[in-house]
Design a protein around this ligand. Structure first.
Ligand SMILES: [Zn+2]
Length: 275
């Protein structure tokens, strides 16, 4: 039982045949659910299609910071309408990318804010992409009320490792690559840390420390396929069935069995996306 909490079955370069083959592989695997993340208007439309076609597919719709340059009011309205469709469970992936800077930073900031506002308006979970922009991502999320008490009041509290109850802001930090200190800060604000393939890379001390530090109640497992292929498949195209390798690594680091880590991360994702 696995849940790939962030993938791109909607990847625009897949042929229909490739997408159908990936779907068949998912159906024959232990993967029970995938969260298909939109990053452009075209990919969001495909996400809606995938959700209608496959019982195990759920979706997030939003415009990636790379594509902020193509955003306008009409597109935002379109995203809002898609977000109201059946099985669309989050707004994402949205955020800031100051590593590639494919869109002007002010445009990234503006549309990030507008899409957080949209998630608040619709009371939906938020899926964050943040690269080389840790501090500003947190600042913008705070300023737009993504961690506000009002937002947390829309979702049931979450039980922590000691049975204590935490306010849940339903904010997923996708493919988390920051420090353990920032991860702890996010958890305290009510976010979830989502772990992808790089956790399996040999030299990745930083994310190993994050997984050791953050209680498993606050972890999600994802692939970000077709990107970021985990070991032992590095060099090949990533796919949702490889989420197994991410969960295996989490299990080892948390001293749990694979079955335990699978069940917990699946349950975390089901709660997060309200499935
Ligand atoms: Zn992604």
């Amino acid at each position: 039982m696995l849940f790939d909490a962030h993938t791109h079955l909607n990847f625009l370069k897949y042929t229909d045949k490739q997408r159908e083959d990936l779907a068949s592989e998912i159906e024959a695997s232990e993967v029970e659910y995938v969260m298909d993340a939109g990053d452009s208007l075209e990919s969001c439309l495909l996400t809606v299609k995938n959700c209608n076609k496959y019982s195990w597919c759920y979706g997030a719709v939003g415009i990636h910071p790379h594509n902020a340059k193509d955003m306008d009011e009409e597109t935002l309205l379109f995203i809002e309408n898609l977000a109201k469709k059946d099985k669309i469970k989050a707004i994402g992936e949205i955020g800031l990318d100051f590593y590639y800077d494919k869109s002007d930073r002010d445009e990234q900031r503006y549309w990030f804010r507008r899409q957080i506002q949209l998630a608040n308006k619709l009371k939906m979970p938020i899926m964050i992409h943040s690269r080389s922009a840790d501090k500003e991502t947190i600042d913008l999320l705070k300023e737009e009320g993504a961690f506000s008490d009002e937002r947390k009041s829309w979702f049931p509290k979450k039980e922590g490792p000691g049975g204590e109850m935490h306010g849940d802001a339903r904010v997923q930090i996708h493919c988390y690559s920051g420090s353990k200190e920032t991860a702890v800060q996010y958890i305290k604000l009510g976010a979830m840390i989502s772990i992808a393939g790089p956790i399996t890379f040999k030299n990745n001390r930083k994310t190993v420390e994050v997984v050791q530090e953050v209680p498993i109640e606050f972890l999600l497992a994802e692939t970000d396929a077709p990107y970021l292929t985990p070991e032992p498949h590095r060099g090949k195209t990533n796919k949702s069935t490889y989420v197994e390798h991410v969960v295996r690594r989490i299990a080892v680091l948390k001293k749990l069995t694979f079955e335990e880590a699978s069940a917990i991360t699946l349950n975390n994702a089901k709660i997060f996306f309200n499935i």
